[in-house]
Design a protein around this ligand. Structure first.
Ligand code: SAM
Length: 282
């Protein structure tokens, strides 16, 4: 059995959203420091239950999330982060989330380019999405993160992620090893690995927009979202890697939102600000 964790719940009303969203915002508390690797059974519902994470509560403050205002048939937002550098390596005796900061020697020894190992980009991007007013107002319907190795993660919008990188990396190791992070109170899977492709989870009535500095279509994000039919949900696809660009088949339009290359987190804040203005969320 791996390290014990606890997901502490707070009730929140759900007024019948059209997505498969669970009602209770979850404060995820725990000390997510990397631990020595142990063999984990992952096959079957029973073993999943056995692996259900139990808890060590500490004093990490949660992220306050306001109750959903309606959620019902309003235009929703989904984020997909592509090419996230979230990969485990066995460093010494422990499984760790590989990063250029911490594991440069290990990566060079294993003939990898340390510059490619930047899990902090996904950490910051996820935090910016979950902290946004789009999320607090209940308009964020889903968040998917696809790793460089092609593993697809679903992160529930109401999970309270660790706010420090150290705990985040511990949590990612747990997720990649155990395939889900489950709340102890109601068994809800707050984070889980799901099958590809991501398109099967995206609403049919949605506009899938990709973001790339190299797109020739340089637009003002507020004007752009303002012109999208309100019947369509908005799917925003960004890269969570240090180099290169995203090029996904399911994206319908690639846009650039600044003449400057931005960090993923800053690009996300431009997007969420534009959407918040459009939705009149203050
Ligand atoms: C750290 S950047 C990736 C760096 C990569 N060289 C690039 O510019 O696409 C992370 C992501 O932020 C988004 N991004 C960065 N600058 C952008 C811009 N000016 N317009 C639109 N998206 C941008 C893209 O989705 C990009 O994949």
């Amino acid at each position: 059995m791996g390290r014990a964790y606890k997901m502490k719940g707070q009730k929140r009303k759900n007024k019948g959203e059209k997505y498969d969203r669970e009602e209770e915002p979850k404060q995820l508390v725990g000390n997510f420091t990397p631990q020595p690797s142990k063999k984990v059974k992952t096959d079957g519902a029973e073993s999943e239950k056995e692996e259900k994470l139990k808890t060590v509560v500490d004093d990490m403050p949660g992220i306050p999330i306001a109750p959903l205002d309606t959620g019902n048939n309003k235009q929703g937002v989904i984020f997909v982060l592509e090419k996230a550098s979230l990969e485990i390596g066995k460093v010494g005796k422990t499984d760790q989330l590989l990063s250029s900061d911490e594991h440069a020697n290990y990566l060079v020894k294993n003939k990898r380019n340390p510059a490619d190992y930047r899990p902090d980009i996904a950490f910051q991007a996820i935090q910016t999405i979950l902290d946004s007013r789009v999320n607090k107002s209940g308009r964020l319907k889903a968040l998917y993160v696809r790793t460089q190795l092609g593993q697809l993660m679903e992160i529930k919008p109401h999970v309270r992620m660790p706010r420090t990188y150290k705990r985040f990396s511990g949590l990612m190791v747990q997720l990649l090893q155990k395939l889900n992070i489950t709340a102890t109170d109601n068994g809800e899977k707050l984070l889980r690995l799901v099958k590809n492709p991501v398109t099967q989870y995206l609403p049919t009535n949605s506009r899938k927009i990709g973001f790339s500095h190299s797109s020739e279509k340089l637009i003002d994000m507020y004007n752009y979202v303002g012109n999208i039919n309100e019947e369509l949900d908005l799917v925003f696809v960004l890269g969570a890697m240090a180099h290169g660009k995203i090029d996904e088949d399911y994206v319908e339009d690639y846009i650039s939102i600044s003449e400057y290359p931005l960090s993923a987190a800053y690009a996300i804040s431009i997007i969420t600000n534009a959407v918040e203005r459009k939705f009149k969320i203050l």
